[in-house]
Ligand binder design. Structure first.
Ligand SMILES: O=C(O)CCC(=O)C(=O)O
Length: 389
């Protein structure tokens, strides 16, 4: 049952001036089209213990699938506690070294990128060269309230170093089993991010495709891997990610042309990813997707993490978007997979009645991956070794 967001739809449309009615219709129509798609339901596995073939077929067709009720209330509560602690440790403003209590702020002094800010309701990436210029169009930037702060958090990169709860969710046994079904039992890590879209403030992420490297040679519909997007508060047509179903099969899409042809940033075939708290979306990294500024009343926080097929990344030169563009050899991938081993152990300690996931590439070396608060601290800057293709 989707949340009633009529007030947010009205509030969002009201920002669009002459196009208010078009925006309202787009949100309402997109919501209906999203809910009519046959790409949602609980996680199910087939007799072979792999992702159920019907789900796999739907995911491969549409490029995303909403797994309902994956994260329990107990686990969500752990994540919310960590989010609260992280927010309390955010710099008092963008660029500050201290948090509100005068402590060294989250991420200060780290070598790898972590907390990134944006002007409220802006589109900081659209029509820039950031991330190899993969967001070619600037989205409409609604005007934020006069009392809005000058900058608000948008993403936390390398999120697992800041949140043991997110580290545990990263190792959710059913989600890792899905990763195995899609990318093989030797699946490789990618990167982990929190997307923060506070109500009335959260910035946009313009239309883009995540995958960057494999469009000319070796392209296929799943070659750039996928993201899991676990929803802490749910996601809606106003605050959520929109995607064009099936666009993951098209190779590199000319997004500028699509927007020109549509006559506006409202891509006609896009639908929002509508979820309740605790649902997890799986999203192909080649899908054309993006999110509008959150002009509504519901917050969104996405616990985002992805996985690759080993053959897509092993001995491949990275795109340089999330980390330095180096060639990923076995040693690099094993080092980066440390968070998978630690996540599995951290999860087993927190949820001892669950059967942990068995990650084949680290088999026999489990004793090297025992989580503790001290070991958690050693994850500082682990995202210098993101696997970016
Ligand atoms: O969560 C969002 O708003 C954007 C997510 C996204 O673009 C991504 O995961 O690539």
């Amino acid at each position: 049952m989707a949340l009633d967001i009529s007030r947010s739809i009205e509030a969002c449309a009201a920002h669009y001036g002459d196009e208010a009615e078009a925006m309202r219709d787009y949100l309402i129509d997109g919501q209906a089209r999203a809910l009519a798609l046959p790409n949602r339901g609980p996680i199910r596995f087939g007799e072979d213990k792999k992702l159920h073939p019907d789900i796999m077929a739907s995911y491969l067709k549409h490029g995303f699938y909403v797994f309902e009720n994956v994260i329990t209330a107990e686990e969500l509560s752990d994540i919310k506690d960590d989010l609260k602690a992280m927010r309390a440790n955010f710099p008092v403003h963008m660029g500050a070294e201290l948090d509100k209590d005068g402590n060294p702020a989250l991420g200060v002094g780290h070598a790898a990128p972590n907390l990134e800010w944006a002007r409220p309701l802006s589109d900081p990436l659209g029509a820039t060269q950031i991330s190899n210029g993969r967001h070619p169009v600037k989205l409409f930037e609604p005007r934020a309230a006069d009392d809005a702060p000058p900058a608000v958090p948008l993403v936390v990169l390398g999120s697992l170093q800041f949140s043991p709860a997110c580290l545990r969710t990263y190792a959710h046994p059913q989600l890792l089993k899905i990763a195995e079904s899609i990318n093989g039992e030797d699946f490789a890590p990618f990167n982990e991010t929190l997307f923060i879209k506070d109500a009335g403030l959260g910035a946009a992420v313009s239309w883009h495709q995540d995958g960057d490297t494999h469009y000319n040679e070796n392209f296929d519909e799943t070659v750039h891997g996928f993201n899991f997007m676990a929803q802490v508060y749910g996601s809606t047509a106003v605050n959520g990610v929109w995607a064009v179903p099936g666009s993951h099969k098209l190779g590199r899409v000319d997004i500028v042309k699509w927007v020109e042809e549509a006559g506006s940033e409202r891509l006609p075939d896009a639908v929002p990813m509508i979820t309740n708290p605790g649902d997890v979306v799986i999203s192909n990294r080649q899908l054309v997707h993006g999110s509008f500024a959150n002009t509504g009343f519901e917050p969104r926080v996405t616990v985002n993490f992805g996985f690759h097929r080993r053959s897509s990344v092993l001995n491949v030169k990275g795109a340089g978007i999330h980390s330095e563009a180096v060639v990923y050899d076995e040693a690099y991938l094993t080092e980066r997979a440390r968070v998978i081993g630690l996540g599995i152990n951290a999860r087993a300690q927190r949820f001892p009645h669950e059967t942990p996931y068995h990650y084949q590439p680290l088999a026999g070396r489990e004793e090297n991956y025992i989580w503790s608060p001290e070991v958690q601290a050693s994850l500082k800057d682990y995202n210098l070794k993101d696997v970016s293709i």
